[in-house]
Ligand binder design. Structure first.
Ligand SMILES: C[S@@+](CC[C@H](N)C(=O)[O-])C[C@H]1O[C@@H](n2cnc3c(N)ncnc32)[C@H](O)[C@@H]1O
Length: 335
C-alpha cells in the first residue's frame, strides 16, 4: 500500500487551533475565567456551578491547561497569569472585547469569502459603519492600551514645545483616549476628535464618562471628502488611520499640513512592515485588512516620509509603539 510522504501535522494543527480558539472564546463568554480567578476548582465543581456534564467540562479545562491558559494543582484548575491579566473581565488590560472584535472580522470574512475576493461585497462601507458600535470602540481601546497608546503618548510628550501646545486634532480618534492621555500631561491642551458621523455619539458618551467633555470635542467628518480647518492646530495625530487614505497619501497629508499652525507637528502611528511582529501574524492581519476593503495595513517609513516630504513636512522624527514594536511612529513639522 502507498504511504503519504509529507507530514500531515501542519494541516491538522489548523483544525485543532480553530476549535481551541472557539473553546477560549466560549469560556470567556461563559465567565469561566472570572470564576477560575477565584479558584482553584475541580472539574466536578465547575460542572456543578454551570450545569454541565463532568466529562466534557474536564476535557475543556484540560484543553485550556495544555495551552498554558490554566494552571493545574492536583485536581484543581485556576487561571495562569496570562489569563488573569487579559481574560478576566475586571482586569485593567482585559482583551475580551478586542478578541470578540477580531472574531467578528474573521467571521465576516468566512461568510463573505468569495464576494470579498471578487470585490462584489461593500466591505469598506460595512467596516466604516461598525466604528461607532460601543463594543467595537471598547475593543479598539483594549487593543490600544496593550502598549501602542502609552508609547505614542510618551513620544508626543517628548516633542519640542509640547507643553506650549494648545490645540490638537485627533483624526479618526474614535474613543479619544490618545487625546485624553495627552491632555492629562498638558493641562492647557484641548482636543478635537474628528471621526465619521456614526462614531460621534458613542465617542461623546465615552469621553463624558472619563470626565473630559469640557476639553475634548467630537466632530463628524469624512476625511475622504472633508477638510480640517486651516492653520488651527499645534498637533495633528493620526493613529491607525492613514491606511484608509493610501489611494492618495501625499494629497491627504497635504490637507493635514494645511491644518497645522506654523511650527505644528503631525504624528502618525500605524503598522510597521519592518517590525518584529511574527510573519504569520503580519500576513494574517494584511489578509483581513485587504479582504475588508483597504489597500494595506502596513506603511513603511520610507514611503510615509517621502509622502510627508512631498506634502511639505520637515524635521522628521521616528519611534516605535506597542508589542514587538509593531507600530511605527513618524512625526514631521510644518515649519
Ligand atoms: C482603527 S480605528 C483607530 C482608532 C484610534 N485612533 C486608535 O488608534 O485606537 C480607525 C478610526 O478611523 C475612523 N475613520 C475611518 N475612515 C475615516 C474617514 N474617512 N474619516 C474620518 N474618520 C475615519 C474610524 O471611524 C475609526 O474611528
Amino acid at each position: 500500500m502507498l504511504r503519504p510522504t509529507c507530514d500531515f501535522q501542519p494541516l491538522e494543527q489548523f483544525m485543532t487551533r480553530d476549535v481551541t480558539f472557539h473553546a477560549v472564546l466560549q469560556s470567556l463568554r461563559l465567565g469561566l475565567f472570572d470564576t477560575l480567578e477565584k479558584g482553584p476548582y475541580t472539574a466536578e465543581q465547575i460542572a456543578l456551578m454551570y450545569g454541565f456534564l463532568p466529562e466534557p467540562t474536564e476535557a475543556l479545562l484540560d484543553l485550556l491547561a495544555t495551552h498554558n491558559l490554566l494552571a493545574r494543582n492536583g485536581d484543581g484548575y485556576k487561571n495562569a497569569p496570562l489569563v488573569s491579566e487579559y481574560l478576566v473581565s475586571g482586569s485593567t488590560f482585559f482583551q475580551g472585547t478586542a478578541m470578540e472584535l477580531n472574531n467578528r472580522f474573521n467571521q465576516y470574512i468566512v461568510s463573505e469569502f468569495m464576494p470579498l475576493l471578487k470585490g462584489e461585497s461593500q466591505a469598506r462601507g460595512r467596516t466604516d459603519d461598525d466604528w461607532g458600535n460601543a463594543d467595537t470602540m471598547r475593543g479598539t481601546l483594549q487593543y490600544a492600551i496593550l502598549g501602542a497608546l502609552q508609547d505614542t503618548v510618551a513620544f508626543i510628550a517628548d516633542l519640542p514645545g509640547f507643553q506650549s501646545f494648545r490645540a490638537m486634532a485627533d483624526i479618526g480618534g474614535n474613543h479619544g483616549e490618545y487625546s485624553m492621555a495627552l491632555l492629562e500631561l498638558n493641562p492647557n491642551l484641548r482636543s478635537t476628535v474628528w471621526d465619521l458621523p456614526g462614531v460621534v455619539e458613542t465617542a461623546e458618551e465615552h469621553i463624558a464618562e472619563r470626565g473630559f467633555s469640557d476639553r475634548v470635542t467630537v466632530r463628524p467628518c469624512d476625511l475622504r471628502t472633508e477638510r480640517l480647518p486651516a492653520g488651527e492646530y499645534d498637533l495633528v495625530l493620526a493613529s491607525h488611520v492613514l491606511y484608509g487614505f493610501m489611494d492618495d497619501l501625499p494629497g491627504f497629508l497635504g490637507t493635514i499640513h494645511a491644518a497645522l499652525k506654523s511650527g505644528g507637528w503631525f504624528v502618525a502611528q500605524h503598522m510597521n512592515p519592518a517590525s518584529d511582529m511574527p510573519p504569520k501574524q503580519k500576513c494574517s492581519l494584511e489578509f483581513v485588512t485587504r479582504m475588508v476593503g483597504y489597500r494595506t495595513h502596513f506603511i513603511s517609513r520610507d514611503q510615509l516620509e517621502s509622502a510627508m516630504d512631498a506634502a511639505g513636512f520637515q524635521n522628521f522624527r521616528t519611534g516605535a509603539a506597542g508589542r514587538n514594536q509593531c507600530g511605527l511612529i513618524v512625526a514631521g513639522q510644518r515649519t
